[in-house]
Every structure is written in C-alpha cells, then in structure tokens.
Design a protein around this ligand. Structure first.
Ligand code: N01
Length: 542
C-alpha cells in the first residue's frame, strides 16, 4: 500500500504507520516497521532533505559533543564496519553524509516524503486511525502515528524589542542558511552561551572582523580535544563493535564508559585534582563521569565546579573578563554541559569582546546593532544561539488532537504527562520517540532512539499478533510515571539549575517542569522491557 513519492495527491493515503521526521529516529523506525515487520509506512519530513536536527543546524562550529564511534547506529554490525568516521567528534556535514548513506543502504528513501510539513493530526475514535494533514493539503491515514521530531528542533528566537529595526542580517543557529554566511569583514554579535554559542564563538571569531558575545549566564565548559581518528583507533572501533554497543546500553547516559564507584569526597585533594586534570586533558563529556556523585551530591559537584572555574581564570588573560566568564549561579553539569575547542582562549583575541548581560542588560535592538544599558554595540550580523523550545515544542508544532478532539497542547498545559515518555492517555496509537518523561536529552541520543524505536516496533508486532487495533496508556500508569519522573529528578542536582531548558525555563510562559527522565538509561531500558514482558502493563489494549 503506497502512494508515489511526492505525488501531491489530495485523496487520503492509507498506511499502517506514519512517522513524522527523517532524522536518526525516523529512519530507524521506518527500517524496523517496514523491513522487520512488513508494515506499510510513510515518513513525512518538513525539510528538503533527511537528517533531522543535523539538516538544520549548520552554524559555524556545529559538531556533535558525543564521540563519532558511538554517536551512530549500533543495530547493524555491517553498517558499523563499512562506515569510517574521520574525527573524534563528527562535524555536521559528516553526520548528514552518514545518515544519507544509511538511508540509501537500507533503501529508505522511497518511503520518505520530503518537503511535507504536518499541520495537524486527529485521532478518529471510530476507525482507531490517525488522520494527518500536511501543509500542501495532502491527507494520510494510519493506524499508528510515530513522532520522530527530535527534542531540540523548535528554534527559540528571543522576543527582544526592535529586532525588525535592525539594519543588518540576523540568524538563529538552528536555521543556519545552507549556503553559509560570509562573515569576513563583519561585526558580529552572538547572543547565547549554551553548547551552541560555545561551539560557534571560536569559529566566528576567526571569520569575522569583530565578535561581541552577549552572555546572560556564564557557563562551564571542558575542552573537547577533537582530533582525526587514526588507523589504530579505526581498527579498535571496528574490532569492538559488540562491546561498545553493550556498554553504551548499560550506562546511565548511553555513553560507552563506566562511571567509577568513587566519590569526589573520598579522595585527598591531591588525588582529586590529579583525576580532574586527567579528565580535562582527555576532554569531552566524560569529565562529568570523573566521580560517581557529581550529579547527586552538591559538595562533590562543588569540587568539579571549582576546578573548572580555576581553569577559566588561568586561560583568560584579562582578569575582569575571566571573572565575568566564571559561572556562580549554577553547578557544573546541572545544565547540559558544553564541550569546546578554544572557547575561553577566544576571549584573549583582540577582535573579541564580552558583554555581561546580567550587569548590562539589553535595552533593545536598534538599526545599528544591540543597545544595552551602557550603550550601543554596532553590528552587521546578529547570531542568536538562544536554543530551543525543547521537548514539547516540536510535538505541539504537530497540532495533535486525540480522542474527543482534545489537543495535546491543552492536556499538557501544566507540563508534559506521559507514560514512559512513549504515550499519553487520550492519544491512542500515538508513540513518541525520545519524548518528555524518557531519558532522551540526558543521554547519547542514538542509543536512546534505538531503544525507543525497537520497543515501539515490538509493541506494534504484539498488537498485530493479538489482532488488536488500539493501544493507550492508562491514566493510573501515567500518574505513577509522572511522579517517578519527578522523584528521579529530585534525587539529582539537575532541577537546581533554575534557568535550564530541561525545566523549560528558557521559554517565557512555559511551565517550569523537569521534563526528561533522570533515572538513567539502563534502568529505564529495564523498566520498558519489564512493561512489555508483563503484557504491556499500564497500557489498555483492545
Ligand atoms: O541552547 P541553550 P543551545 N537574551 O538553551 C541564552 C544541544 N546541542 O542551542 O542560560 C540573552 O543551551 C541562554 O541564556 P540563559 C544540547 O543538548 C547539542 O546552546 O538562559 N540570552 C543561553 O546562554 C544543548 O544543551 C550539540 O541565561 C538568551 C543560550 O542563550 C541544546 O542543544 C551541540 C536569551 C541558550 O542556550 C541547546 O543548546 C549544540 C535572551 N533573551 C547543542 N534567551 C551536540 O553536540 C536565551 N539566551 C549534539
């Protein structure tokens, strides 16, 4: 059952499943449902190409913070053996080449419809099917609707007065022009110092005549230590596929390294400093795993936070600039920790200036640039590295209406309420990959994505075997899960970072609710496996 690609037919096309999004999640879900289960599937993708977040995020310096040999699929040993990554951390074009290779290798493209933006999805209680409408007026019907829209795909452009008056060009990093932006000879202002701003700053500083970084919250960052992957590393990756895969699956964050059973408070000052120094030299997100209690014990975390503060002071030559860059209002890794290549060093350049917006807030944007209380900063280009309406934003963008026409946006008005992050009561046959209430953004995403896609495929196979046509999370199971998600967050330091996007705090008006599941990926995998083994406990199937 299918319609021809981009046929533009206005009549309804019927499928067993419609998947929204053709990034890591959508591609693998298509492969599983179509090739393992023999279901008819259509992937609808708003972009003009595959890649999901990597289709859009092409800003200077955009590369993945997870290492290439595990920021990839692990389901196929053959695929892993065929593909050679060039660097420790893959840059955005290489990730797109990889995903396009995967799509061709598994012949996924014929079932992916590009340039197709979903405008609305309604559940029909009589037929137990979803009706999906696109911007061009096409209509699709499917028993299952799987959202594979990513967690960080709805750009957050701050509502700063005067943006329309700006005489230059402005861009959000998440919608960077595909042809690139020539910054040579330009005075650039960059707003935002999250992972994106910290990646972009050193690269823009090299391209532009002058860069002004507008920082609202100082951030911790650890060197990435990127490098080309040499033959020895390539051979090691090729020879250790199974071990890498298994280890990533059994850890808290989906990274293939274990966290030692050692508290930061159980070692001498000298030992602790030596371990942090070694982790700093090794580079990357693994710094967070130097001790077992950095995310759970304030005193332990303070030792890591202070180590990084001292590093900032030692790297940045001007003491006043260094002090502005030192974070004090949150603890290390309670917001998603960035990693960088020469971020703090960049503030030693003559063509880079830092504006501390806490001391000197933005007044408005004017024709000439950004005006803060202290005066106007003349700019030709403004770059907003201001993040995303995370987790719920991409789902609300689909305009989903469940049983009785109820809108997901209304049901989640006070924050998302899911069972396992996979389903919401009132929205039968709707599955969300890496949704709120699942470990998602607290993990190395491909590992979390594979687990979700496999669980959903197994569930749909179960439905087929039972001859069932409707599955819906129960309210009771959902309430219990929401309570558990809160409990898991409270057992960590993560909710303490009050401006974190994990809490939705970066979007004005968004309810402040800790959205991802902080109980760890390995634990979560086991819970999901137990639910399935226990006849899909917590789901009503008919
Ligand atoms: O966004 P962010 P991001 N005026 O929300 C500031 C993933 N990622 O794009 O902290 C002035 O973290 C805001 O300030 P504050 C990764 O999961 C992955 O950097 O709210 N400033 C903050 O400094 C990451 O966490 C990779 O006070 C304003 C910044 O903008 C997530 O994407 C690479 C402002 C936003 O930081 C989001 O990162 C890059 C305003 N009105 C990113 N509004 C990979 O490696 C916001 N800010 C895969």
């Amino acid at each position: 059952m299918s319609v021809s690609q981009n046929a533009g037919a206005k009549a309804s096309s019927h499928f067993d499943a419609v998947i929204v999004g053709a990034g890591f999640s959508g591609l693998y879900q298509l492969h599983l449902l179509r090739d393992k289960l023999g279901r008819s599937v259509r992937v609808l993708e708003a972009a003009g190409g595959i890649g999901g977040t990597w289709y859009w995020n092409r800003y200077p310096g955009a590369r993945c913070d997870s290492e290439s040999h595990y920021y990839c699929y692990s389901f196929s040993r053959e695929l892993q053996q065929e593909w050679r990554w060039s660097e420790r951390y893959p840059e955005h074009p290489e990730i797109r080449r990889y995903l396009n290779y995967v799509a061709e290798r598994f012949n996924l493209l014929p079932d992916i419809q590009l340039n197709t933006k979903v405008m609305r999805a309604d559940f029909n209680d009589e037929s137990n099917r979803w009706v999906i409408q696109t911007e061009s007026g096409e209509q699709f019907e499917a028993t299952y609707l799987v959202t594979a829209v990513g967690c960080l795909s709805t750009a957050n452009v701050p509502n700063i007065a005067g943006l329309d008056d700006f005489g230059g060009d402005w861009y959000h990093t998440g919608h960077w022009p595909h042809e690139g932006v020539n910054l040579a000879g330009k005075r650039v202002g960059l707003v935002g110092t999250g992972s994106t701003g910290i990646q972009a700053t050193p690269v823009i500083a090299e391209q532009a005549e002058h860069l002004t970084v507008f920082q609202r919250t100082a951030n911790y960052s650890v060197p990435a230590r990127n490098r080309p992957l040499d033959d020895a590393m390539q051979a090691w990756i090729a020879g250790n596929h199974d071990e890498i895969r298994l280890q990533a699956r059994r850890t808290t964050n989906g990274h293939p390294f274990d966290i030692p059973e050692l508290s930061a408070l159980d070692v001498s000052d000298a030992e602790r400093a030596a371990l942090y120094e070694a982790a700093w030299e090794r580079g990357g997100l693994r710094f967070r795993a130097t001790f077992k209690d950095l995310i759970t014990n304030r005193e332990a975390n303070e030792t890591a936070s202070e180590f990084i503060r001292d590093k900032i002071r030692s790297i940045v030559k001007d003491p006043a600039t260094a002090e502005k860059l030192v974070p004090h209002d949150h603890l290390y890794a309670t917001k998603r920790p960035p990693i960088d290549t020469n971020y703090f060093e960049t503030f030693n350049r003559d063509n880079v200036a830092l504006v501390d917006l806490k001391a000197d807030p933005i007044d408005r944007i004017v024709k000439e640039g950004i005006r803060t209380q202290a005066g106007t900063h003349p700019l030709d280009v403004i770059v907003f590295a201001t993040g995303f309406d995370a987790l719920t934003g991409p789902l609300f963008g689909l305009n989903v209406h469940g049983s009785d026409g109820v809108a997901l946006k209304d049901v989640w008005a006070d924050g998302p309420r899911t069972y396992l992050g996979l389903q919401t009561p009132g929205f039968p046959n709707l599955f969300t990959i890496t949704g709120p209430g699942s470990p998602s953004v607290l993990t190395n995403m491909p590992v979390a994505i594979e687990q979700h896609a496999e669980w959903i495929a197994d569930c749909i196979a179960h439905m087929r075997d039972k001859g069932a046509s409707r599955i819906e999370a129960t309210r009771e199971a959902t309430e219990k899960w929401v309570a558990h998600v809160n409990e898991a967050a409270e057992a960590t330091l993560l909710p303490m970072a009050s401006s974190s996007w994990y809490l939705g705090a970066n979007v004005p008006g968004k309810p402040k609710v800790f959205m991802p599941y902080a109980g760890g990926l390995a634990h979560y995998r086991q819970i999901c496996a137990d639910v399935a083994a226990n006849h899909y406990d917590g789901f009503a199937i008919s």
